[in-house]
Design a binder for this molecule. Sequence first.
Ligand code: ADP
Length: 184
Amino acid sequence: MVRAVYPGTFDPIHNGHIDIASRASYIFDEMILAVYDTPPKKLLFSTAERVTMAQEALAHLGNVQVISYTGLTVQCAHNVQAQVVVRGLRNVADFEFEYQIGLANRQLAPDVELCCLITSSEYAFLSATILKEVASLDGRYEGWTPEPVQQALRRKYAELNQSNSRRPVSEKISRSRGKLSHRG
Ligand code: ADP
């Protein structure tokens, strides 16, 4: 029996992630999607919210479980007795990152194999960062993520906008500072 773990931030889960998780669940006997609890980047959703959205999005896959974890990914793989770590590749930048982390992980845990799945072309552009930026600027993102995640994004940005509008002007933060907005 081969068990794989698919680690990531999933802030929030989107169709590119779901595509990789579905394909991995077809290859491996069991697949555990592991939501990283405290990544060194700013998050929109709490760990509990990210786990719940992933559970809902993957409920149709019988051999998939969702957990959260802290610490090293290879330690997580050992803890859940997974032989394989799954990651998705969209482009050369992803490859370079995964190549280096993969080699480091091999030093740490030679018994854990890395399996990188190439994105389906319709999701090659998609990242959680782009999804959040479009959502924060009221753009359209149907087809990028499941409906419950779309609702959660709308709720989250409505809450953020409300708390932002209560602040003094001097403290107000802009809605987005990302690549898709005009920064002139
Ligand atoms: P991380 O912070 O670990 O990169 P992410 O949630 O951004 O976490 O991504 C988790 C995994 O899913 C990574 O392996 C990433 O390359 C992959 N991934 C993200 N977006 C896509 C996509 N559109 N298609 C395929 N794989 C993707």
